[in-house]
Unconditional design. Structure first.
Length: 341
């Protein structure tokens, strides 16, 4: 949110532009930005249809035009422009509706500006505007990711009291939040609740629980959820296999991790850089199974994109050599144990 003094007539558009174009001790000014910003401030881009009595745009038309502009800022990720437009709407007395706040909340959430998200949500409550399930879901997600479990539960209860039934996405956010704080009991209760309410879990729901169990070394429960996923008629995806391999690696179940890796290959899913990096970081590096240092260079500094066929072939060959090294080390260990006994 920006102070109202920024919109004083004594401030030129050039002065306002410096809010966003100051770098070190120099000021860079974009003419195209100034033109767009000036249109925004003077509302020259608002509706051309006017009230026949006053020859001025109606209040509803102003609100609709501002919502259209907010939707554009949301699409482009321009959170500063959206905040300025919202402030201008308040200064001009233009009414805001649910759509107005929806654009702002989801834009700020996408830019990870959680404080602004909660401020806009609070303003919606003050203005007594109707809140839909998507907005409630966004607020629940913000509280869950910041580990404010009490506020997350409070928002969830308010949502139900408002007569809005939670969907699978809302339940998955709750499950994810409980799993990340290690509250597996409430995570399972939430899962059973969604089943009782006739909500069908999706792959993401199961992946969240698989990751939660794997992160604390509960391998049996992790495997159980993976089997439930398949029993429900759902297909494991890249995240499913990544979570399983990570869980096996954390508990040092190396052979099971490689077995899961082979199941992944049979699934025909094309791996991404993130998946291959997770396999190396959780399985190969902790167990000194890297046979070629080029593998680390191969994965370092790459975005999460799908591997090309050539890269995938190279990665599989490296993993095959690592698995052979693991088998040899296991054989040596077994021989030592037998000699001692």
């Amino acid at each position: 949110m920006f102070p109202s003094r920024f919109f004083s007539p004594t401030h030129s558009s050039l002065r306002l532009s410096r809010l966003f174009y100051c770098r070190s001790n120099s000021v860079q000014t974009s003419p195209s930005f100034l033109q767009r910003f000036q249109r925004l401030i003077t509302f020259e881009n608002l509706p051309t249809q006017k009230d026949p009595k006053t020859s001025e745009p109606t209040t509803i038309e102003y609100t609709q035009a501002c919502n259209t502009k907010l939707a554009e800022h949301r699409y482009k990720g321009q959170w500063r422009h959206a905040a300025l437009l919202f402030q201008k709407m308040s200064d001009q007395g233009i009414p805001k509706n649910t759509e107005t706040f929806s654009h702002l909340i989801f834009l700020m959430k996408s830019r990870r500006r959680d404080v602004d998200v909660l401020q806009y949500f609070k303003q919606m409550q003050i203005d007594n505007l109707p809140i839909d399930e998507k907005i409630y879901g966004a607020i629940i997600d913000v509280f869950g990711k910041s580990r404010q479990i009490d506020k997350m539960e409070q928002t969830f209860n308010e949502m139900q009291q408002a007569g809005i039934s939670p969907n699978i996405y809302t339940y998955t956010m709750l499950i994810d939040a409980y799993g990340k704080v290690g509250n597996l009991e409430d995570m399972e209760k939430t899962f059973q609740e969604l089943l009782r309410n006739g909500v069908e879990p999706n792959t993401s729901t199961y992946n969240t629980m698989i990751g939660a169990y794997g992160s604390i070394g509960k391998v049996e429960e992790m495997i159980q959820k993976f089997e439930e996923l398949k029993s429900a008629g759902l297909s494991p995806d890249l995240v499913s296999y990544s979570s399983m391999i990570g869980g096996f690696g954390k508990s040092r179940y190396i052979k099971k991790a490689f077995a899961c890796y082979h199941s992944f290959l049979e699934s025909g899913i094309q791996p991404t850089i993130r998946f291959t990096h997770a396999f190396v970081a959780n399985i190969l590096v902790p167990n000194s199974l890297i046979v070629d240092r080029r593998l680390e260079d191969f994965l370092f500094g790459r975005r999460n994109r799908v591997l090309s066929d050539q890269e995938f072939v190279k990665f599989k060959e490296w993993v095959r050599l690592s698995e052979e090294k693991m088998e040899r080390e296991f054989e040596v260990s077994e021989m030592r144990i037998k000699s001692i006994m």
